[in-house]
Design a protein around this ligand. Structure first.
Ligand SMILES: Cc1cc2nc3c(=O)[nH]c(=O)nc-3n(C[C@H](O)[C@H](O)[C@H](O)COP(=O)(O)OP(=O)(O)OC[C@H]3O[C@@H](n4cnc5c(N)ncnc54)[C@H](O)[C@@H]3O)c2cc1C
Length: 483
């Protein structure tokens, strides 16, 4: 069922077995997966229709390198930030989905603070269930599955670059399909326009209630046995910091290790290889006819990452086409569609290290509902840049030695940080000194407060985060069902 906090006439004290804060992909996945668990679940969602006042709650500042306005990179609404997704196929908005690589979970000497307390193999069963929930094709990013005679592959050497794939899925899953299922459920109550302003009780070993507020002036509380924060990487940290919960380790990693997936745009490719000339084939979006929509990309093998001491990286190719001048009945027009490809622009997705000094802190100023706003400290550090230069050198070399094409480098271009993949502010670790949540996603030192979303990523690889968020959400649902 669904309630609108704006139409409530007075503050309400609700109680539940489980209270979830946030109805983005993380919170919706969790509520949906537990809807048949015999629990009474309340989901509190700050937004509803993306109105201006709610959007202003996302105002914050960055005092490091320039970054996108925090109102542009996140949304408050049922569906969360999925309402902003901009990968469009056939006029339908959606997202690119791809799992983290096995190596992303491992400890690597060259990547500071690396090493997840879980392995990729242990997460695979939930990745598979996530694929199905998201309406994707087979859980398999390998070139063998998706390439064929019409879509040949570049001839990379075995320990060099790899051909791999994203799958595309519609945003409707989070904007409509799962919310509608929750509205029809008798065990889940979704309360929209209810912004959580404080978690209460954290000076003991557990949280007792959350307080919420609506723009109408109505305030309410939810008491619950267990609570899950699913408010996005920046808001998860903001709520924990603002609630001053000593056990959430504000002097340790809470708010720290903020990461993005910056893009380098300094490479141009010229290739006469049949995989790319005259058309991009596998490396362009195409439907396989096997229900899945696959977008080819180029990754790095474990061998290459280890030999060159690289952090993870991935490439996407965008055709540059010859312009043709065509005379129509009325005028001379310039056409590019269907014209021969003369080269490729390369978008190089880069991993960033989880630096302690990249973090979310609270500002003195408060938002309209009284919660301190955020200030991000985010920089592309010297180690990040040194790694970028190693990746660029490796990519140029690997294309050349494999005969896949020749890369040219445009010097001096800065990275573009605005990929909107915030991660890492409540990182997962076995050791409370090195993280905020344990491998079950429970805050170290608190019995009943859990966190879900990219904030729990200790490192973020280069994979777009939502498939992993959904897999971790399904894993947390199984844990909460049994615990
Ligand atoms: C333009 C764009 C394109 C993207 N494309 C992709 C892509 O192709 N693939 C991909 O994997 N990822 C993509 N992302 C990133 C993706 O949207 C996020 O990783 C994902 O939405 C995170 O899910 P979440 O549920 O953790 O957080 P969110 O989606 O941010 O949802 C959090 C929810 O919590 C609510 N909330 C926040 N604070 C409170 C509070 N105090 N009380 C109550 N509710 C609260 C918010 O209103 C929001 O609805 C893209 C992002 C953008 C901006």
């Amino acid at each position: 069922m669904e309630l609108d906090a704006l139409t409530a006439t007075d503050g309400t004290a609700h109680s539940a077995d489980l209270c979830i804060v946030g109805a983005g992909p993380a919170g919706l996945t969790l509520a949906h997966a537990l809807a048949d668990a015999g629990l009474h679940i309340i989901v509190l969602e700050s937004g509803a229709d993306g109105d201006a006042a709610t959007r202003e709650l996302n105002v914050g500042w960055n005092i490091g390198d320039p970054m996108a306005d925090l109102r542009e990179s996140r949304a408050r609404s049922v569906g969360g930030t999925s309402v902003l997704w901009d990968t469009v196929r056939g006029g339908v908005a959606g997202a690119k989905y791809v799992p983290l690589d096995a190596i992303d979970f491992t400890k690597r000497d060259e990547l500071p603070w690396s090493g997840w307390p879980i392995t990729r193999a242990s997460l695979d069963p939930w990745y598979q269930r996530a694929q199905s929930l998201l309406g994707l094709g087979r859980f398999d990013a390998s070139d063998v599955t998706w390439s064929d005679r019409q879509h040949p592959l570049l001839p990379f050497r075995p320990d060099g670059l790899t051909s791999t794939a994203y799958q595309w899925g519609p945003a409707d899953t989070f904007r409509r399909r799962i919310p509608d299922a929750l509205r029809a459920s008798t065990s889940v109550m979704l309360i929209r326009n209810a912004t959580v302003t404080e978690l209460v009780g954290g000076d003991g070993a557990s949280i007792t209630e959350v307080r919420w507020a609506a723009f109408s002036g109505v305030r309410g509380t939810v008491r619950a046995t267990r609570f899950v924060l699913a408010a996005g990487a920046i808001e998860n940290a903001r709520l924990l910091l603002a609630s001053r919960i000593p056990r959430a380790n504000p002097d340790g990693w809470l708010g720290r290790g903020l990461m993005e997936h910056p893009i380098d745009r300094s490479l141009r490719l010229v290739s006469r290889h049949p995989a790319l000339s005259p058309r991009p084939g596998f490396y362009a979006p195409f439907g396989t006819g096997r229900r899945a929509h696959v977008i080819g990309r180029i990754g790095c093998s474990d061998g290459l990452l280890r030999a060159d001491r690289l952090w993870n990286a991935s490439l996407r190719l965008f055709p540059i086409r010859e312009r043709r001048l065509v005379r129509t009945a009325k005028r001379l027009v310039s056409l590019v569609g269907g014209a021969p490809v003369t080269g490729y622009r390369v978008l190089l997705d880069l991993e960033q290290a989880p630096h302690r000094e990249n973090r979310v802190v609270l500002a003195d100023q408060r938002d309209a509902l009284g919660v301190p706003r955020v200030v991000l400290h985010w920089r592309w550090g010297a180690e990040d840049e040194a790694n970028r230069q190693r990746v660029l050198a490796a990519v140029v070399r690997e294309f050349s030695v494999s005969g896949a094409g020749q890369m040219a480098v445009v010097l001096g271009l800065p990275v573009d940080p605005d990929v909107h993949h915030h991660a890492g502010t409540t990182r997962m670790h076995d050791d409370p000194q090195a993280g905020v949540v344990n491998p079950d996603l429970r805050i170290h030192g608190l019995e009943n407060l859990f966190v879900i979303g990219a904030s729990v990523f200790p490192t973020a690889g280069v994979a777009n985060p939502t498939l992993t968020i959904v897999a971790l959400g399904l894993r947390l649902a199984d844990y909460l069902r049994q615990a």
